[in-house]
Design a protein around this ligand. Sequence first.
Ligand code: HMG
Ligand code: MG
Length: 298
Amino acid sequence: SLPSRVTLVDVGPRDGLQNEKAQVGTAEKAQLVGMLQAAGLKEIEVTSFVSPKWIPQMADNTAVMAAVERRPGVRYSVLVPNMKGLEAALPTRPDEVVVFAAASEAFSQKNINCSIAESIERFAPVVAAAHEAGLKVRGALSCAVGCPYQGAVSPDEVDRVAGLLRSVGVDHLGVADTIGVGTPRQVQAAMERALKHFPLVEVSGHFHDTYGQALTNIYACLEMGIHSFDASVAGLGGCPYAKGATGNVATEDVVFMLHGLGIETGIDLDLLVDAGAFISGVLGRPPASRVGRAVLAK
Ligand code: HMG
Ligand code: MG
């Protein structure tokens, strides 16, 4: 049987807005976070503490964290690639930090300018210091089924890098299909390997929807009992170092499917659609979410 309740992490403010040509204002970013929590999201990935030369869109990270009107019971996470990022993030009081590795050597080089082995070495003190500060550490594992530079990625690589992330103390593993090429059995194979190193409650899926497979892949994960997923309001998202990759699966679409399956999310779909319409308006385009567009057309 499928899980009765699913936790969704909205990564739109981070994964979504990191990839936009237009610089979205700090106030709009904070308003988006506000609308997501009003819709019932309990976990929100707000921003990243990465090099502003690499990702100028996230340069206002500290200001965004300060501008968010926090609600009790909501967890706010931020990406940190290294100690410098963690040191900048800590004073902004995130609940969780996310380190990010790749199952593909080529992607690791392009995205964080180091090898997989170097990235793990770099994360070890970040994880230790984050734990010292009382924060949970999530690990994102990019290119878990395919890489824009190397092509197919084998489950053995997922197994290996998931084990390395666990060995440095990462608490949770987000298995990411960065370029959205995975199909259900491939995703299940990657997930099985992740589950060798992390308990079921600490494994989540992060699916970009480039090839339209994300919802199906989420369903395939539900069948395995996985009950935490990243999604992005209005289908925002992409990675500047994964050319051609489109947004994450839209949170609205995931919520519609889950509610249709009788699975609780705690999310109010209408308020979520409002959040998607708001940020799409800021970006000057219709929401990429099919459900969002259908609800707005009613
Ligand atoms: P580097 O150039 O190798 O770093 O970049 P460095 O240590 O040699 O430092 C170079 C300069 O960057 C120095 O400044 C540092 O101070 C500065 P300078 O002396 O030249 O003025 N610097 C920083 N500044 C601010 N914050 C920091 C930081 N670190 C160094 N944390 C680095 C290495 C990792 C920094 C760089 O490659 C980088 O920032 N990469 C981030 C790329 C990124 O954000 N990608 C998108 C997020 S991942 C993603 O989207 C995938 C995910 O969604 C899952 C999926 O879908 O697959 C999570
Ligand atoms: Mg992503």
